[in-house]
Write a protein that binds this ligand. Structure first.
Ligand code: FAD
Length: 618
């Protein structure tokens, strides 16, 4: 038996684990990443794409804290699209389809270049606690004991994972990988509340057997916008996607075989993702729809595999083959690998603090799909936060967290730890009540300074960020100070209401139909601004009136977030709280009065009783 020691040990080399390990090491913690196989570090288990609406916001936030996901996606990207381009900046979502192999290579190269990070191909089988209940070591399958100041578990769909294809069931973490059973047992022994969820993936097709000429093709953006702020330009050749759809014949085939679909036959008990349903689910739930759109996404530049986005399924293989043949353009398409569903254990995230540390097992952090989320970006963002916190704990620094007014990452962690999950959680812009503030375009301005203070942002990004932030501040100050009377603006070719009121340039920029060329002529310094700075000035102009109206509300939220609730508070001992309120608050264990107000079902009367109690205790 070997014995090793690290400040931070991360278990799992998926999107959460790689980001956690990189973040802990960036903070200076001596970090070990344990994962089954080195060649699957950065593996995309499902769709070959990073970002999108809501998810793209998370990727930009990861980037703002100097994480690796956005840089890897830029290095591997073969089709970029800014989703919702015609809508306001708050809901625009940057997305990149990636060459699956290049993405893995990029993640592996970024990790290899990270000082203070060691990676070993070992499975974790157990956890060791000290007499005080603190997790102090990871026990590996080969008998190695690895002592740790903090441990982060990011095992994705692997805990007691089981694949379903029709009537066939197979223990697996994902296709081709064994499940993690020993670790699941060890986590259960810690008393963690474990539940079952499921997710699924579509069959992969051989692109050489698709009739592309019969399909509508969709190019990416003519000028691909990088996901990372540190990427100067996208270097890869860009490819198009095909668009097709299911047919009424295909739907009839699925209906006739529902008794063989594990999610309908009762073979699968776990709940699947609402926003990413299987095709058999869609056919049942939206029975009146004759077609469902399918995007045919190439998985790589030198790989013929195509990912048909929109038809994840666990129907038996023979039904999958007949169904694929019913789709226009796919009559002769060969299936390289059938679709499948996977059921796995996850932990009820209400067992976690806002730092993602397990409340009942100090020293242990959880991140990613194991917390009941779905998606690479959700996993990576949690991984980054858990990695920062593991390094902080190991180094004796206070916990790090982000609030709902600061980041989508803050919204997600708040939702998870207070409300728990009843189905795989996915990031959506609708979940963020302050989304005018939390834009994908201003993630750096919102978070990089905080990241510098936490020690997770390198000097190159820090210098670039500070120069940019100063440029934005100067441009905004100038746009507030300069302007003109209606007569002067009119004379410059800028149409404006002739009410005699002087207007700042910021106000003029917010007007919907202002002639951009006339503005640039009247204020040549505006035209000379670097594009990124101008975007910030325009977004500020657009949203400033709404944001100043929200200012009082934001101040109140911040005050409530400062009213912390002691960790071991006995809710049963608070006078005036009903049994139901005690139960709800006891299950979620909010860290602040603000958090208590967001626990589903907690009444204003219960909040008032809690506030009075906290005031008395202080
Ligand atoms: P993973 O990426 O799964 O990584 C887990 C890592 O942990 C792996 O590297 C594994 O080797 C390692 N590991 C596990 N146990 C141990 C151990 N004991 N010791 C050492 N290492 C260990 N997301 C969507 O958004 N939409 C979808 O449609 C979708 N469909 C999916 C379909 C399938 C079949 C699967 C498998 C996943 C799907 N996902 C989907 C989810 C997406 O893949 C995950 O959300 C994301 O990969 C989670 O990242 P993670 O880091 O939490 O876990």
């Amino acid at each position: 038996m070997r014995d090793m020691n690290f400040d931070v040990v991360v278990v799992g080399g998926g999107h959460a684990g790689t980001e956690a390990a990189a973040a802990a090491a960036r903070c200076g913690a001596r970090t070990l990443l344990l994962t089954h196989r080195l060649d699957t570090l950065g593996e995309m288990s499902c769709n070959p794409a990073i970002g999108g609406v809501g998810k793209g916001h998370l990727v930009r936030e990861i980037d703002a804290l100097d994480g690796i996901m956005a840089r890897a996606a830029d290095a591997a990207g073969i089709h970029f699209k800014l989703l919702n381009r015609s809508k306001g900046p708050a809901v625009r979502g940057p997305r990149a389809q990636a060459d699956r192999k290049l993405y893995r290579q990029a993640v592996q190269a970024l990790l290899a270049a990270q000082p203070d990070l060691t990676i070993l191909p070992l499975a974790a089988e157990g956890l060791e606690r000290d007499a005080a209940g603190r997790v102090v070591a990871v026990l590996a399958a080969d008998g190695t004991r690895i002592g740790a100041g903090a441990v982060v578990i990011t095992t994705g769909t692997f805990l007691r994972g089981e694949i379903h294809i029709g009537e066939t069931r197979l223990p697996a973490g994902r296709v081709g990988d064994a499940p993690s059973v020993g670790l699941a047992v060890a986590m259960e022994a810690l008393g963690l509340p474990m539940r079952r969820l499921k997710t699924g993936t579509p069959p992969r097709l051989d692109g050489r057997t698709i009739d592309w000429a019969a399909l509508e093709m969709q190019p990416g953006d003519a000028q691909p916008e990088p996901l990372s702020w540190m990427t100067e330009r996208i270097g890869n050749r860009q490819v198009e996607c095909g668009i097709t759809s299911t047919t009424p014949e295909g739907h009839a085939l699925i209906r006739a075989n529902l008794h063989r679909a594990p999610i309908h036959s009762g073979q699968i008990q776990g709940v699947g993702p609402r926003y990413c349903p299987s095709i058999e689910d869609k056919v049942v739930r939206f029975a009146d729809r004759e077609r469902h759109q399918i995007f045919l996404e190439p998985e790589g530049l030198d790989d013929p595999t195509v990912y048909p986005n929109g038809i994840s399924t666990s129907l038996p293989e023979d039904v999958q083959r007949a169904f694929i043949a019913s789709i226009p353009g796919l009559a002769r398409a060969v299936i390289l690998r059938p679709g499948y569903a996977i059921e796995y254990d996850h932990v009820d995230p209400r067992a976690l603090k806002p730092s993602l540390e397990v409340r009942a097992a100090p020293g242990l952090f959880l991140a990613g799909q194991v917390n009941g989320t779905t998606g690479y970006e959700e996993a990576a963002a949690q991984g980054l936060l858990a990695g920062l916190n593991a390094a902080a704990l190991a180094g004796g620094a206070p916990p790090r967290s982000l609030g709902r007014t600061q980041a989508y990452l803050g919204v997600m962690v708040d939702d998870l730890t207070l409300q728990g999950v009843s189905e795989p959680y996915r990031m959506l812009t609708a979940r963020a009540e302050h989304r005018l503030l939390l834009r994908a375009d201003n993630a750096g301005l919102r978070l990089t300074e905080q990241g510098i203070a936490w020690g997770c942002v390198g000097p190159e990004r820090a210098a670039r960020h500070r120069a940019f932030a100063q440029g934005v501040a100067e441009a905004l100050a100038r746009a507030r100070a300069e302007g003109g009377t209606p007569a002067a603006l009119q004379a410059a070719g800028i149409a404006i209401n002739q009410d005699g009121r002087w207007r700042s340039l910021l106000e003029v920029l917010a007007l919907p139909e202002t002639d951009a060329a006339a503005l640039d002529r009247a204020f040549p310094w505006l035209a000379a601004l670097p594009a990124g700075i101008r975007t910030q000035v325009e977004a500020e102009a657009l949203y400033a009136p709404y944001l100043s109206r929200q200012a009082a509300e934001l101040r109140l939220i911040e005050k409530e977030e400062r009213a912390s609730i002691p960790e071991g508070l006995d809710f049963a001992a608070i006078p005036g709280l009903s049994n139901e309120m005690r139960q709800r608050l006891g299950a979620a264990r909010p860290a602040t009065l603000g958090g208590a107000g967001r626990v589903a079902g907690v009444t204003p009367a219960a909040l008032a009783a809690l506030a009075v109690h906290l005031r008395k205790e202080r």
